[in-house]
Design a protein. Structure first.
Length: 81
């Protein structure tokens, strides 16, 4: 029996394994595991003992990475007039 919660935005989303998620992001599986360990990667969850990712979450997370300032970036990157 499947139960859909009112706040579940993934009703029509695809659930991916860590291998599939790594292929989508074009990174090694070991990198996915490291990001999961440090909490720096995309949202993940477990189904019993298996790690899973929502495809939509991976795409959104990947898009955010280009907009996030790096550690060497100045706090205010706007050009001064």
């Amino acid at each position: 029996m499947t139960i859909a919660f009112a706040d579940d935005n993934h009703e029509h989303d695809e659930m991916l394994t860590i291998e599939e998620a790594a292929a989508l992001l074009r990174v090694p599986v070991a990198t996915m595991r490291y990001w999961r360990y440090t909490g720096d990667g995309p949202f993940s969850f477990k189904v019993q003992r298996h790690v899973r990712y929502w495809r939509t979450d991976l795409i959104l997370w990947r898009g955010e990475q280009g907009r996030r300032p790096g550690p060497d970036s100045p706090q205010d990157a706007r050009p001064k007039e």
